[in-house]
Design a protein around this ligand. Structure first.
Ligand code: SAM
Ligand code: SF4
Length: 439
């Protein structure tokens, strides 16, 4: 199919990295003459950009494909699958959804126009992968926000945590040349972007492939560039979170006092089985260093419950770590076996009901912690980056503070895309409430 004047609809599942990939896919399709459609029903091409990290995310893909599949007598439509599942599970995808017209892995998005041109017969599969970084020209990225920009600095992962499919879907670590990152930052600064989010599976291990410049130096350099108010990065690995990164963060006020540092489990024995490369004590020591060097820093994390062999005592270690660390936010998951991972070769032996109960216990404890943290902020005044009207009340707007907490507040005008000051007047476990102080 020729893309000129064709309507495409893009459905994204998963993390910010997938959102950033969708911004590239949209840009590449638009540059080839296609235009975005509001709904899948109005599109000539539907692309599902997927996530394979948990079984649940993959099942969402299969359910969605079932909904958008072409019907006899219905509108002709090409269906494509992009992202992690496309790269890692082509055979299963073809077996379960043979009507898919093309499958495109993360290293092949620049080739989409040619792939779509060939689609319509047998499924076209583009899952080539190379260790070379593939640069997407800035003009080919259709950014969703005019304020916050994702800047990808690395891809892939060499860590092989026993439960994780990412090294198989995204391949080995590859780093983007610093000169390309610099050029993108300069373009974003000139266009007035205020917030930068550096992205990668393990950003701490970044090294410029040409000069060896480490992540801490990249952060410090970005922090000195004009225009940016907030700079964040995602995801960090506790074993690579070195002292020079902490020092870079202390030296530069635009580097947000906020770190997402996945703990996974509070038990040293589970961490060893997970192949995480740190102990409970080492994690606690890193968190203490961050809190000591960067007062007021907020930490968030990922937790897995019901990892194979997790005993009640090991699970209690996770609860006690949550109590000690008092995270601003957590993302918690029930373990699910993923194909090709080391953990999937053994038994998934924690019963589903136990996993479910442990997840509820984690979430209930975290709810208490967040409620208390939020209550302690009532009465304070904080800087908030406005996002837009809140879901429930058009007179109430929503935004995020430096710690990435949700703040809902009254304002006479829409503060979207602006930094405003908000006085916190109330708090629930998942968000803060307040009033605009000034403009
Ligand atoms: N690179 C990051 C890291 O080092 O933790 C994040 C990787 S993954 C995209 C996001 C989260 O999904 C992980 O931190 C982990 O908590 C969760 N996850 C990954 N594989 C999982 C599995 N098989 N079962 C349950 N949760 C899983
Ligand atoms: Fe997966 Fe571990 Fe790599 Fe994170 S560090 S992407 S959890 S293998």
């Amino acid at each position: 199919m020729d893309l000129q004047d064709k309507a495409f609809f893009l459905r994204t599942f998963g993390c910010q990295m997938n959102v950033n990939d969708s911004e590239r896919i949209a840009g590449v399709l638009a540059a080839a003459g296609a235009r975005p459609a509001e709904r899948a029903e109005d599109a000539d091409i539907v692309i599902v950009n997927t996530c394979a990290v948990r079984e649940k995310s993959e099942e969402k893909l299969y359910a969605y494909l079932g909904r958008v599949r072409p019907r006899p007598g219905g509108r002709p439509v090409l269906i494509g699958v992009a992202g992690c599942v496309a790269q890692a599970e082509t055979a299963e995808l073809l077996a379960r959804r043979p009507f898919v017209d093309f499958i495109v892995g993360p290293d092949n998005y620049l080739r989409l126009p040619e792939i779509i041109r060939r689609a319509g017969g047998p499924t076209v599969v583009a899952d080539e992968w190379s260790i070379e970084w593939k640069e997407t020209p800035e003009a080919l990225i259709h950014r969703e926000s005019p304020v916050t920009a994702f800047v990808s600095i690395m891809e892939g992962c060499n860590n092989f945590c026993s439960y994780c499919i990412v090294p198989f879907t995204r391949g080995r670590e590859k780093f983007r040349p610093l000169r390309a990152i610099r050029a993108e930052l300069a373009a974003l600064s000139a266009r007035g972007y205020l917030e930068i989010l550096f992205l990668g599976q393990n950003v701490n291990s970044y090294r410029d492939p040409e000069t060896g410049t480490p992540f801490a130096a990249l952060l410090a350099e970005a922090g000195r560039m004009p225009g940016f108010r907030w700079i964040r990065f995602l995801t960090s690995h506790p074993k690579n979170f070195s002292a020079d990164i902490v020092e870079a963060m202390t030296s530069c006020p635009v580097l947000c006092r906020e770190v997402h540092l996945p703990l996974q489990s509070g038990s040293t024995s589970v961490l060893a089985r997970m192949n995480r490369g740190y102990t409970r004590e080492e994690y606690l020591a890193k968190a203490a260093l961050l809190r000591q060097r960067i007062p007021g820093i907020s930490l968030s994390t990922d937790i897995i419950v019901g990892y194979p062999g997790e005993t009640e005592t090991e699970f209690r270690d996770t609860l006690s770590a949550l109590e000690t660390l008092r995270f601003t936010n957590i993302f918690s998951f029930r373990y699910s076996p993923r194909p090709r991972t080391a953990a999937a070769k053994g038994a998934d032996d924690v019963p589903f009901e136990t996993k479910k109960r442990r997840l509820m216990e984690v979430q209930a404890l975290q709810k208490e912690i967040q409620s208390a943290l939020h209550k302690s902020l009532v009465g304070s005044i904080m800087t908030v980056l406005g996002v837009g009207p809140s879901r429930r009340d058009p007179a109430v707007f929503s935004g995020r503070n430096e710690s990435h907490q949700v703040v809902n507040f009254r304002s006479p005008t829409d503060p979207a895309g602006r930094f405003v000051r908000v006085r916190i007047t109330g708090a629930g476990p998942y968000s803060l409430r307040g009033d605009l102080v000034d403009d």
